[in-house]
Design a protein. Structure first.
Length: 313
């Protein structure tokens, strides 16, 4: 543990994220009942850019990006749009907890991308945990697929694109301050969304129609951006105060708060099969986190006292 770590503030901020982040989903589900999914997606980035601009100015962060940082930020914005769109499209019909449970296969996708694309060392135990976690997601997907059709596959798209978002963020974080990164990502995402919505309107695609919200739906759209900004800043600063290995297990508490909000606002409560799938996904994810911590602690050169082989499971 780094002597500069401040564990308690980090944990409190991570718990704050777990409480506020589901409000993004609740607000999105409320807004998407009458507002096109593309417009709800756009509203998240517009509000986030407006909220983050004065923060960037007060902190003295740069409003400019270098060529490489601009390219990575644009890519980050693009996958963020796709991740957000897929999840909001799912939430129009699916309960919040069910969609979130399926999206929680994202850590497994990151692990597989690390092995298959980036050539990282991933042992059979963690690959086995990925397989078990994905089977758990199928327990959630199967009844959802039977009830909602292909809509139930949208959270898998969210998981894939958010995994790419995390990997891009890891690279970009070496070049751009987290606060500036949030602002620039939101600003570029806004610029990418607008022509898509214009094209969607011209082509008659309902989910991408440029239709302005009416009445209370302005509030729900604004709340999407507000909750996204506050929750993600809480997570950003949580990771500044405490190591990710300490905070990562707490992220799964988001399923609990999402279930609570889903029940209080929409009257949705997961059935027994969904809870079983959630339990498997969470258990597999926690196992992977534990293995990552152990491998990190021992280092790549550490060998098993019995077998004399690297600890890469």
């Amino acid at each position: 543990m780094n002597p500069t770590d401040r564990i308690l503030p980090g944990v409190v901020l991570m718990l704050t994220f777990c409480v506020i982040a589901p409000l993004i989903d609740v607000s999105s589900k409320l807004a998407a009942q009458t507002v096109p999914v593309g417009v709800v997606t756009l509203s998240r980035f517009v509000v986030q850019a407006l909220l983050m601009a004065p923060v960037v100015a007060v902190m003295g962060q740069s409003f400019r990006l270098g060529a490489r940082a601009l390219w990575l930020t644009t890519l980050r914005a693009a996958v963020s749009i796709l991740s957000t769109y897929c999840f909001i499209a799912a939430l129009r019909f699916m309960p919040v907890a069910d969609a979130l449970a399926i999206a929680f296969v994202e850590p497994f996708i990151i692990l597989l991308i690390g092995k298959l694309v980036l050539g990282e060392q991933v042992g059979p135990r963690r690959l086995g945990a990925c397989a078990v976690g994905f089977l758990g997601s199928l327990l959630v997907i199967q009844p959802s697929f039977a009830h909602f059709g292909t809509i139930a596959l949208f959270p898998l798209g969210t998981a894939l694109f958010f995994a790419l978002y995390i990997l891009i963020t890891r690279s970009l974080s070496r070049q751009v301050h987290p606060v500036a990164m949030q602002f620039h990502t939101a600003l570029i995402a806004t610029g990418l969304c607008l022509p898509l919505l214009v094209a969607g309107t011209a082509l008659g695609e309902p989910s991408l129609g440029l239709v302005m919200p009416q009445g209370i739906f302005w509030v729900w759209c604004a709340c999407v951006g507000l909750a996204a900004t506050v929750s993600h800043m809480a997570m950003t600063y949580a990771l500044k105060f405490a190591p990710s290995s300490t905070l990562a297990p707490l992220h799964y508490l988001e399923i609990i708060t999402a279930t609570l909000f889903g029940y209080l606002v929409f009257g949705n409560f997961p059935n027994a099969l969904t809870w079983c799938g959630i339990a498997i996904i969470v258990s597999s994810g926690l196992y992977i986190i534990a293995r990552e911590r152990r491998v990190s602690r021992h280092g790549a050169a550490t060998r098993s006292p019995v077998q004399g082989t690297p600890l890469a499971g």
